[in-house]
Design a protein around this ligand. Structure first.
Ligand SMILES: Nc1ncnc2c1ncn2[C@@H]1O[C@H](COP(=O)(O)OP(=O)(O)O)[C@@H](O)[C@H]1O
Ligand SMILES: [Mg+2]
Length: 237
């Protein structure tokens, strides 16, 4: 579960996220959408403990991210918007490095690395340097590393960018299964069709403000037929 209370962030004079209140429950996939520069990445970085909010509080599974950062981060799997990782490591070295940081026992990390790399068809590339990877392969290695400690809360910033159709389907299926097991999945995307089909609830952020939030059924009843038309309506001005 994610509880964002009155969180706010500005860079210099530029307000990136205005007072934001948002709760994502266990068992839910929450889709975060909004125009470029709306504040999605800033919100995600505040929630995973990378960017300190100027005001407000954020709890993940009941733990305050900024008061108990280590404890909170143990339940979070974070995929950043840009898969910039250590290029001079092999994929496997990078996964081990992350698994070390999270103190994942050897047997478990082997099993998870095997399962995840098979799911994303990365087994044959694990021994290669990350600098030789395509964008999609980097995205996959970041995903595998983010999930190797089996976090309950997934925070994924545009995770589908660069993935091939097969990997994209695999990830979407994993997201659904993870939520169905009572966990929380929060992701941002520009692919409205994916948000429409996959999410239990959707939030639209515009100029740092949550301008719409709810289940697709709620939004359709309140506003318009498709997520695309709702998006256009609430981000018009
Ligand atoms: N490090 C930064 N320094 C200054 N301004 C930033 C920085 N990061 C983001 N911003 C600004 O904050 C706003 C929100 O950005 P961001 O959260 O990255 O939006 P999104 O992920 O929705 O595209 C934008 O106006 C962006 O220019
Ligand atoms: Mg972003």
């Amino acid at each position: 579960m994610i509880e964002i209370r009155e969180a706010r962030k500005q860079y210099g004079d530029q307000v990136a996220v205005q007072t934001l209140n948002l709760q994502v429950n266990d068992g839910e996939i929450f889709g975060f959408i909004g125009p470029n520069g709306a504040g999605k990445t800033t919100t995600i970085k505040m929630t995973v403990g990378m960017l300190r909010p100027d005001a407000g509080s954020i709890r993940v599974n009941g733990i305050d991210v900024w008061q108990e950062p280590l404890l909170a981060k143990q339940c979070i799997g974070y995929v950043p918007d840009n898969p910039d990782v250590y290029e001079k490591l092999t994929g496997l070295q990078f996964i081990r490095f992350v698994a070390d940081a999270y103190r994942v026992p050897l047997a478990l990390r082997r099993q998870r690395t095997e399962e995840l790399s098979a799911a994303f068809a990365m087994q044959d590339a694990l021994g290669d340097l990350i600098e030789s990877y395509s964008h999609g392969m980097r995205q996959k290695i970041v995903l595998i590393a983010a999930l190797v400690h089996a976090p309950r809360v997934w925070m994924l910033d545009e995770p589908l960018v660069g993935l091939d159709p097969k990997a994209s389907l695999v990830l979407k299926t994993m997201m659904r299964e993870h939520a169905n097991q009572g966990n929380t999945v929060f992701f941002s995307t520009h692919i409205l069709e994916v948000a429409e089909r996959l999410c239990d609830r959707v939030g639209i952020i515009h100029r740092g403000q949550l301008v719409a939030c709810g289940s697709l059924d709620q939004l359709r009843t309140e506003r318009s037929e498709t997520l695309e038309s709702i998006f256009m309506e609430v981000t018009e001005q």
